[in-house]
Write a protein that binds this ligand. Structure first.
Ligand code: NDP
Ligand code: MG
Length: 409
């Protein structure tokens, strides 16, 4: 039996992971479940999977205990970030599914890697924040990072045992999100419910908004840069609205390999749980004749300025990706609360990238060395905090509930 810890168990990826795990009761034992505030769902998961340890947000342990009073052997319950870390370090945990959303997910990822675990990574934000350091940690501790993110999972599968030197480039596919065909002149009318309606994938709210701005693809370019040690200029993006080809690898002889499947995260999750073997995911198989055709488009950089920012931010290096990621998280959270207009996400991020470029060329850079050079994890946390306060300052300046006039072209 393999011991599994699922962090972010109550989220979209977490629930899909448990749906795969329950098909293989003879193969996996759920050791730990990390949730945050959704303790009703966590209580049901505890009854179904009987983990020995559970982590929740500060203040949620007592209410959870009351919900599982009648459970014969209840799990140990920990609170807060340190609780997630304890789960990730559990001696019986062989694989950690890291599916917390946002920067909060990085500490348990680090703990898993430091303890030599196989980390099935959905939490792309941790690689964006500190990719170089995480890859180093994995190497030092002989830990394995397996990508759950569907595009990276497709690249990982397509690379197989090929010689990395034979790769010419990789192509990440992007659905284009809900606003792929909406005229730019109508972006001013975008409401929260429009942004939360993704055409192909059912996901948590943060990544759904990231897909609508295409910030998700920006984060994924950065994620790919570290996962596959790929120079940014060798990472391309193509819009593929059907989300059936999950990404492609082109080799120097002109061969292109890809991974295909129905758009359901249980497939990459099952791959990461089973690796190096294959296990059933419970997903229907692809029926190409039913699909009829697959289409591809060049991404529209004017509509989705976030895409280009990936390359600019990678060129800046250091803590710049962590700053961008922190700022984006802050902006998405403001948008989800109805405090800013959709178009402000991209425009504030644009300002941030410009400001970082300016900092790099001025004497002021000395005060912000953590933004330009990532020596230790602390630098990534400081850069993240800097990005968040940049957003707070920008929002305080004027009314960001109105659409951004510049983005409207
Ligand atoms: P959800 O919003 O559905 O779930 C987030 C999970 O994280 C929940 O279990 C939530 O707990 C928990 N959580 C939130 N804040 C904290 C915190 N501070 N500490 C610990 N746990 C916390 O997100 P998704 O499942 O959609 O996404 C998870 C990650 O996977 C993201 O990084 C995303 O980018 C990535 N990903 C997701 C895909 C998808 O299809 N959904 C595809 C590819 C990548 P609770 O609900 O109990 O409060
Ligand atoms: Mg993805």
């Amino acid at each position: 039996m393999e011991g599994i810890v699922v962090l972010g168990a109550t989220g979209s990826i977490g629930v899909s992971t448990l749906a795969v795990l329950e098909q293989h009761p003879d193969r996996y034992k759920v050791i730990g479940l990390g949730g945050h505030r959704n303790i009703d769902l966590l209580a049901r998961q505890i009854r179904a999977f009987a983990p020995c340890q559970v982590a929740v947000a500060e203040g949620y342990a007592e209410p959870l205990k009351r919900l599982i009073e009648d459970v014969a052997s209840p799990p140990e319950i920990f609170e807060g970030g340190s609780g997630q870390v304890r789960l990730a370090r559990h001696p019986q945990a062989d694989r950690i599914v890291a599916a917390v959303v946002g920067a909060a997910g990085i500490e348990p990822v680090i703990a898993g890697l430091r303890n030599g675990k196989t980390v099935a990574l959905a939490n792309k934000e941790s690689l964006v924040m500190a990719g170089a350091l995480l890859i180093d940690l994995a190497r030092q501790h002989s830990a394995r990072l397996l990508p759950i993110d569907s595009e990276h999972n497709a690249v990982f599968q397509s690379l197989g045992d090929e010689n990395p030197a034979d790769v010419d480039h990789i192509t990440l596919t992007a659905s284009g999100g809900p606003f792929r065909t909406r005229p730019l002149s109508e972006f001013k009318d975008i409401a929260l419910e429009d942004a939360l309606r993704h055409p192909n994938w059912a996901m948590g709210p943060k990544i759904t908004v990231d897909s609508a701005t295409m910030m998700n693809k920006c984060l994924e370019i950065i994620e790919a840069r570290w996962l596959f040690d790929m120079p940014p200029e060798k990472i391309k993006v193509v819009v593929h609205p059907q989300s059936v080809i999950h990404s492609l690898v082109t080799f120097k002889d002109g061969s292109t390999l890809c991974q295909m499947g129905v758009p359901d995260m249980r497939i990459p999750i099952a791959y990461c749980l089973g690796f190096p073997q294959r296990i059933a995911s419970g997903c229907p198989h692809l029926d190409l004749t039913a699909l009829g055709q697959l289409t591809f488009e060049v991404p529209d950089q004017r509509r989705f300025p976030a895409l280009g920012m990936a390359y600019e931010i990678l060129a800046l290096g250091g803590g710049a990706p962590a700053a961008l990621n922190g700022a984006n998280e802050e902006l998405v959270s403001l948008f989800l609360k109805g405090s800013i207009h959709f178009t402000r996400i991209s425009s504030v991020l644009r300002h941030l990238v410009n400001h970082l470029k300016h900092l790099k060329t001025t004497a002021k850079a000395g005060d912000h060395s953590f933004l330009l050079c990532l020596r230790q994890l602390e630098d990534a946390f400081r850069a993240d905090a800097w990005g968040r306060s940049f957003v707070t300052e920008q929002i305080a300046r004027n009314d960001h509930r109105r659409p951004d006039p510049f983005l409207m072209g």
